[in-house]
Design a protein around this ligand. Sequence first.
Ligand code: ADP
Ligand code: MG
Length: 635
Amino acid sequence: MTKKQKNLLIRVIVAAVFFVPLYLISEGILPVELPRWAMLALFLIPYLTVGHDILRKAALGIRNRRVFDECFLMTVATVGAIALGEYGEGVAVMLLYQVGELFQGVAVGRSRRNISELMDIRPDYANLEGEDGQLERVDPDEVETGSIIVVQPGEKVPIDGVIVEGASALNTSALTGESKPMDVSVDNTVLSGSINLSGVLKVRTTAEFDESTASKILDLVENAASRKSKSENFISKFARVYTPFVCYAALALAILPPLFTMITGVGWAGYATTGALWREWVLRACTFLVISCPCAVVISVPLSFFAGLGGASNQGILIKGSNYLETLSQVKTVAFDKTGTITKGSFEVTAVHHNPIDAQQVLAYAALAECHSSHPISLSLRRAYGKAVDVNRVTDVQEISGHGIQAKVDGVDVAVGNEKLMNRIGVAFMHCHHTGTIIHVAIGGEYAGHIVISDELKANAREAMEALRRAGVSRTVMLTGDAEAVAKQVAGDVGLTDYRAELLPQDKVACVEALLSESKGKLAFVGDGINDAPVLSRADIGIAMGALGSDAAIEAADVVLMDDDPLKIAKAIRISRKCLGIVKQNIIFALGVKAVCLVLSALGLANMWLAIVADVGVMILAVLNAIRCLFVKRL
Ligand code: ADP
Ligand code: MG
């Protein structure tokens, strides 16, 4: 609880202690006789104790010409009730309203804290190693790229870097939602925000603090709340129109019926005097004001979204704003990239078919030509070659998206890529009867053979498609630059509804556009961020997978899945559906109860007690319901 909340709690308790005996006296339950002025004075003590800030805010609102807010509603209603001699009710309304405020403040504060606890990845310090080998504890902000830092067991990795000494297990759950520790040793990359579990690690930093993973993720999460969804925008507009409307309606309720009765004489029965008639209707109008206070809806909708974003990030799913949460909930079609998204993207060389020169040499040329590319194929070819590559032998490297690489090795033209690339440079190639991705190699304009590589499906790829179907996604389409045969096999193996093969990056955009015009719901594109940034931004919603550490993908995507697990796609959709469902429930429930109470009060069947209990009760239930968004079942 904050200081302010504690203060309010004390005021509520003090006021309640005063209020209860006074109320019993005023109802004639306690046999004490007091004159009216004394009762009024006594009731004003709890009233002002608990409500003085509301009165002040209402006054401020009037002075700043922003009249119609909740404080104004409460002030008019309670002052009205007290002026009409209903001391007990006036004070009770203020008291209960503040109980509601207190509850709401604590609940919101708690869920915020929960989220920042879940996202507890902000490093506090770094142990910088000086030239003399001494450790110095410094602000991570001050560490320059390329410095050596030491991470002790139990500490958070403060800055991204590469291990130069030591081995350990890292807990990355705050980043990825994956609870299994990850073993790391020399030359492995460590990301800030993960926790060192066992050994001492010496790390050479590869980024500044601001550019490190933890800072980027925190930025993203903190900015997410500012991208409002349509529902949230609707609610704030709604409140702006609704509150004044209610005030005028209350005014009309206080004036028109009694005027009507006085003029026409209809409805006089039951009223002894004109004063009694007016008193009755003004009181009804006050009740009406209390009931129509919109706080439950106004509070619970943003809170639900906020909790939804928090629950998702706890699972390693970063959603960049509540608007995306809303779009995600309407997804009916999901399009995928193949390499790195459905498959692991770590190819094994299964065969090398060569002609004039030997196999190892074909591989060597391929690895050399690929030395600068970050494409998964390139990484795999270099791994298969196994030896260190001398980059000085390579010049004029040209990477052609969807085709492959052209470069000069020792001054000789080398081309490494698919059939399209061979056609482009006019080299006759041999077809291969193996299934797998075929990488042709041409050296000095002559065909030198091809390397057959094959990729593995991700462990959860099949389940992921099944989970998507269960989550209501009717169409799953794979868009790949790879050959037809490979695409067909992968699509069959994982159970996709459709696939398109041999696409260049720009063809993928065209495909997504075609799918967009065909599909009824929203379309999501899932990619790994390597050469698919244009598609990520063209789809209704772009999901980058395994994006931890990939800047381009974090930039281009609307949703970032921090690990490689394709099951998270369905999970993200389920979280968004649940969240939107809760928002809808809250709106319908709150407005429904209000509508019933409003009608009752207009008919004179509800008093202020009922009104305030309904209001605070609805608010509490709506807030509790909203907080459910924070809790996501782990799969
Ligand atoms: P995907 O849609 O599967 O992610 P890409 O569009 O990245 O595929 O690449 C499509 C095809 O282009 C690959 O299957 C490969 O044949 C060829 N290719 C792309 N980049 C390279 C590279 N660096 N080296 C060799 N071939 C490449
Ligand atoms: Mg790709």
